[in-house]
Design a protein around this ligand. Structure first.
Ligand code: PLP
Length: 390
């Protein structure tokens, strides 16, 4: 029996190696800031999702330290036992007020929030529609859930409408799930059109991991930016919030239902209260420090205009800047060249993105300087020229 596991493991690893798709862990010695030190090399970090530059902000560090003084380290139990503190409670209320929902339920990660949502809500016979490019946590949960899952073409509202119309018998429960900002492409979902398409037919759930804090009034995210209130909103705290964790926002009954039945909530240790305390502080910074979003927008404009002539550089309205290279080998070579030039850029390869769509995924943050951006643009000019010439 052990042998067959060993065989499976070595076969899978060899397959990855032969396709040159092996990934490896490299420890970043400097923590998460706009400069990384990896393997002793200093790199400007263009790979992090810390869009607002909060992860290393002194005020946020202090808030977490104050949370530790107030509440100690771990939460000690799941929320329904003794893991839920006034810090968790306050943060949930603040999220509800900010985003206009009745309930917010906290999770330790976006991955678990998405899984909890789909596993808890969906039953046999239900229909789940997902954008083809939705995050792995959503697609996997959809595949494992008892519902029938259909995937619509990326951002194709017409196709979704046809799918919904062909199934909309009254007794069917239909759920449509999209991201607000797509993590690997940096484009936004047509939320207003999606909201019209689902009206009276389905519930709409939006995972706004990459839009929250960055888009919308006071950083309220993609839905606010497009004037849409979905039935369910998932927000995560590992990106613009500079911390980690996630929340599902919903109406009172759905919140009560998730509190009772969402296993990732019921049977998992609550996030540390000090972290919930720090998250409240991050939220107040997100709301009040508009300069971070303004700076990000200026950096983005400078990036877009400096690389306009390169068709592989996809223009987006978010801090995510994909550069579609195609072959995995070329994408890896480009990332390595940029690393040698002191720029921390990551090649994203299948299976994270479709075959022949390997890319450099560059992310800008409010902590970058215009000088660093200039370095990035001119190095990209050189590297894209080199790999296109080879
Ligand atoms: C769209 C999306 N949803 C969910 C997640 C998972 O969130 P977390 O990293 O908090 O588990 C990610 C993570 O990258 C993501 O991009």
């Amino acid at each position: 029996m052990t042998n067959s596991f060993s065989h499976r493991i070595s076969k899978a690893l060899e397959e990855r190696r032969s396709k040159e798709l092996t990934r490896s862990l490299v420890a970043a010695e400097s923590g998460n800031s706009s400069e990384l030190i990896r393997n002793g090399q200093r790199l400007v970090n263009f790979s992090s999702n810390d869009y607002l530059g909060l992860a290393n902000d002194k005020a946020l560090l202090k808030a977490w330290q104050k949370g530790l003084d107030l509440y100690g380290c771990g939460s000690g139990a799941s929320p329904l036992v003794t893991g839920f503190s006034p810090a968790h409670q306050n943060f949930e209320s603040e999220l509800c007020e900010w985003l206009g929902f009745e309930r917010a339920i906290l999770f330790s990660s976006g991955f678990s929030a998405n899984q909890a949502l789909l596993f808890t809500l969906l039953e046999k016979g239900d229909l789940l529609y997902q954008d083809k490019l939705n995050h792995a946590s959503l697609i996997e949960a959809g595949m494992l859930s008892p519902a029938i899952m259909r995937r619509f073409k990326h951002n194709d509202v017409d196709q979704l409408s046809q799918m919904l119309a062909s199934n909309s018998k009254d007794q069917l429960n239909q759920l449509v799930v999209t991201e607000g900002v797509f993590s690997m492409d940096g484009d936004t979902a047509p939320l207003s059109a999606l909201s019209d398409a689902v009206r009276n037919r389905a519930w709409l759930a939006v995972d706004d991991a990459h839009g929250i804090g960055v888009l919308g009034g006071e950083g309220r995210g993609s839905c606010n930016a497009q004037g849409v209130q979905p039935n369910i909103l998932v927000v995560t705290f590992g990106k613009a919030f500079g911390l980690s964790g996630a929340a599902i926002l919903c109406d009172r009954d759905t919140g009560d239902y998730l509190t009772q039945f969402a296993r990732h909530h019921v049977y998992s240790t609550a996030i540390p209260p000090s972290q919930a305390y720090a998250l409240s502080h991050a939220l107040s910074m997100i709301k009040s420090q508009q300069w971070r979003r303004d700076k990000l927008a200026e950096l983005k404009e400078a990036f877009n205009s400096s690389l306009k002539k390169h068709t592989e550089v996809i223009e987006t309205q978010t801090p995510i800047c994909p550069i579609i290279i195609g072959s995995s080998e070329k994408a890896s070579v480009a990332a390595q060249r940029l690393n040698h030039l002191g720029l921390g850029v990551t090649a994203i390869r299948p299976p994270t993105v479709p075959m022949n769509m390997a890319r450099l995924r560059i992310t800008l943050t409010a902590a970058h300087s215009f000088e660093q951006l200039k370095r990035l643009s001119s190095s990209l000019e050189d590297v894209l020229g080199e790999i296109n010439g080879c």
